[in-house]
Design a protein around this ligand. Structure first.
Ligand code: SF4
Length: 221
């Protein structure tokens, strides 16, 4: 079975067996666009959750809006309790002094709160993105704060970036323009650089000091 067919089969199976509402998170990187495109063929109105940290590149916001219009997406922007200005007035540039705390405020808390209504969470995680994702399962239970268990589904787990680009090209899905500048993993602007020559796609994130922001770590761990 091809990777595309395998992903479609998994998506259909999870949608059919979901005990409650489903959602997909998207940072509008190329693999997220692939997954969202696969999902809307089965459920056009699936909620697309975007972690709007306030620190994204201007290009990312523009591209997000273009893709929402092009694909007719039902977008939800998940935001932190404090604005960027409020956070910086109180703590300064946390992305420099304490990136874990900054990611906690602007990514982990809003995401876990945003996921509470759902029973299934689709993500575009792939095993080859970084060493921290090498053992990624296609499906796994995920515990939210408060104890609620949801199903986390990664239909692209076995895909490579080459597979992603091939799918997007075949389906006329344009890339976020920052890829043309040499970025291979794109998150918040202050914490995103081009990858190291010998590193994984995510090696340019957080200046190489860490590889994960915490949203893919169980709330209970
Ligand atoms: S990626 Fe950087 S700017 Fe974005 S929330 Fe995390 S520390 Fe803050």
């Amino acid at each position: 079975m091809s990777l595309v067919d395998n992903a479609k089969e998994l998506i259909r199976k999870e949608l059919a067996s979901a005990p409650g509402p489903v959602c997909v998170t998207s940072s509008f990187q190329a693999d997220c666009v692939t997954l969202v495109h696969l999902l809307i063929q089965e459920q056009p109105d699936i909620p697309v959750l975007f972690l709007d940290t306030g620190y994204h590149f201007a290009e990312t916001y523009k591209y997000r809006d273009e893709m929402v219009a092009k694909l007719g997406l039902k977008l939800t922007n998940m935001q932190a309790v404090k604005t960027v200005a409020e956070q910086e007035a109180e703590f300064g540039k946390l992305y420099e002094s304490s990136p874990d705390k900054c990611c906690g405020f602007r990514k982990v808390e809003p995401l876990f709160s945003g996921l509470q209504p759902y029973s299934v969470w689709f993500t575009a995680l792939r095993r080859d993105q970084s060493p921290t994702r090498a053992n990624l399962a296609e499906t796994a239970p995920f515990q939210l704060p408060g104890g609620k268990m949801i199903q986390k589904v990664a239909p692209l787990a076995a895909w490579t970036m080459r597979d992603v680009w091939a799918y997007n090209k075949e389906h006329g899905l344009p890339p976020l323009p920052l890829y043309d500048l040499g970025y291979t993993s794109i998150g918040c602007e202050p914490c995103t650089a081009k990858p190291s020559l010998d590193g994984s796609d995510r090696s340019g994130r957080w200046g190489g000091k860490k590889l994960e922001c915490g949203i893919h770590i169980q709330a209970s761990s």
